[in-house]
Design a protein around this ligand. Sequence first.
Ligand SMILES: [Zn+2]
Length: 423
Amino acid sequence: MAKREDDPTAERMFDADRQNPLPAEDYGAVRERPSLLSSSLVGSTNRGRVVQALFDRGPSSRAELARLAGVNRTTISGIVQPLLDQQFLVEGEPVPAGEVGGKPARPLWFSPQARPICGILLMPEEVRSCLVSLEGKIDAEHREPLPAHPSGPAEITERLTACVARTLASARRRPLGLGVAVGGMVDTNRRNIIAVNLAPVLAGYPIGEILAGRFGLPVQIDHHPRALLVGDRWFGKGRGMRNFAVVYTGEVLGGALHLDGHLYRGVSGAGGELGHTFVQVDGDVCYCGRRGCWETIATLGWLRRRAAAAGLPEPGAIDSRRLVALAEAGRPGAAELLDTYARNVAVGIANLQQTVAPNFFILHGDVVGGGKRMVDAIAAHVRRLVPSRPGGEVSFDTGDTEDRAALLGAAGLVLSDLLHFPL
Ligand SMILES: [Zn+2]
């Protein structure tokens, strides 16, 4: 009988434990079970390092991977061969060995036939899902609007699972897992949503348990800005970086930190509420009920109020892209507002730099639309606010387009877990 691609016992990509879905709450416990402190864990740790090196460096030979992962040639063969057999990796065309001679090397890379990951983005107004290949290609994308006033959680579950089911129907192989980026507070250990602004029905929603129960696949969830960071780490400009931070601006403001090679989450995912760090004692009231949060001065709500006060056209529709266009057209007041907005974004970044010095910031969301002019303005303010240090230059870049970044990040959550990537 032909091997069934959807048979969970047919493929042993990673730990046998992971092939059998467990109740969502148990996933955290699995990682710490004493039985995993065995030689099989050492084996999988080395494998995780090899695969991570491949993500960080791109297509590489066995010899390069062995060196990068710190394992010997025998170990590398023992790791690579099963990954080739399972079509996780493929060998490319031989590359001449160069001046040193020796056998031509065949670079290894992720197979287009490898099992995909299902990335899901849950925002107050809609759910999106897609398949992500290990090369970071997005496929089978579906969207489902969420009702503004749902009758209860069951209605959310219906829309969510319908959307994910449509995506999964396109998968040629059983996905490695489901990763969910949530536009709200989450408990990453229990895989529950704590609260989503504008969607009170999602408070306490056990999304991990619901998806694992419905689809029988491992589920990882995290806060949207942290998913952006994970996407950058695996598929974007954070590849191979030991330290960097992500800052997302738009209707809300959030961020995440990657420090010493680890995504920093805080206890149960409670860290990283950067939008609600305080930048103005006795400042404006934030929707969280407190005063002077970074979010009150560096989001679109602030920008639109100021655009109205400055007499700019269509202030209710203004964003960084339009503001830069108005400034470049010489519209009175636009360049000044752009500079103040950039400074407001920079203030929180400067605080982060002073606290943990990630030195590299990837900007996502609205400010990306403002292009180089906006990013340069933010960077200039940060450099003005942070004392310079030799070798401590602060640099900036922009993330993938908003549509892609969150879905790649959601998929990246699954990858981090599969590779035992340290939290
Ligand atoms: Zn706040």
